[in-house]
Design a protein around this ligand. Structure first.
Ligand SMILES: Cc1cc2nc3c(=O)[nH]c(=O)nc-3n(C[C@H](O)[C@H](O)[C@H](O)COP(=O)(O)O)c2cc1C
Length: 174
């Protein structure tokens, strides 16, 4: 799939099959993420942690449910694979988030071109970021904090989520 087609085909998946993402595809997605633009080219400010273990994702989900008192919450949509994006806590929060956005979109476009569904997730961070026992499982380098994750997998219903055309205000100045 060419890049323009991948951009138009990408959409958020919120219902995943259990089937894991093959290692070869995940490796390509992780390599793509590392090609993203990063402020001042400080790539050491970023870390990607790929969680291959569904049980760990389930543990994160259970803690999220307990802390939000919502047993129906499914912040990771049962995705089999999660790539947590962490950034240096010493850089400006806006820069860290912009870096994470660039990494996430690059990974999601790579995933789309490989036929793998994805969704960018941030709501879990606010709830779980102080849960040291869970955050320790992410093997983050010192000073790095999680800011987002990309859930990856195969969509349960491939036809259910055809992307709709979007529009933003666009102006031209000549
Ligand atoms: C910064 C950011 C944070 C997001 N966090 C979440 C999230 O926590 N949970 C979720 O289901 N979707 C999340 N999304 C996905 C958006 O809801 C989604 O991209 C948007 O509705 C457009 O739909 P599309 O991705 O299908 O094009 C997030 C997207 C962005 C850019």
């Amino acid at each position: 799939m060419d890049t323009i087609s991948a951009i138009h085909a990408r959409h958020s998946c919120r219902a995943f099959c259990r089937q894991p993402v093959p290692e070869h595809e995940l490796t390509q997605i992780l390599l793509a993420g590392q090609q993203a633009p990063i402020a001042q080219a400080m790539y050491s400010n970023m870390q990607l942690t790929a969680i291959h273990d569904r049980r760990l994702i389930d543990t994160f989900t259970a803690r999220f449910q307990r802390l939000t008192a919502n047993l129906d919450a499914s912040p990771f949509y049962d995705a089999p694979t999660l790539v947590v994006i962490a950034t240096n806590s010493y850089i400006a929060e806006g820069i860290g988030l912009a870096n994470a956005g660039a990494v996430a979109q690059t990974m999601m476009l790579a995933a789309t071109s490989l036929g793998i569904s994805s969704v960018l997730l941030t709501s879990w961070v606010r709830v779980l970021r102080d849960q040291k026992d869970l955050i320790d499982q992410l093997l983050l380098e010192r000073t790095l904090v999680p800011v987002a994750a990309v859930a990856l997998g195969y969509a349960k219903n491939k036809d259910a989520q055809a992307p709709t055309p979007r529009s933003m205000t666009v102006k031209h100045v000549y």
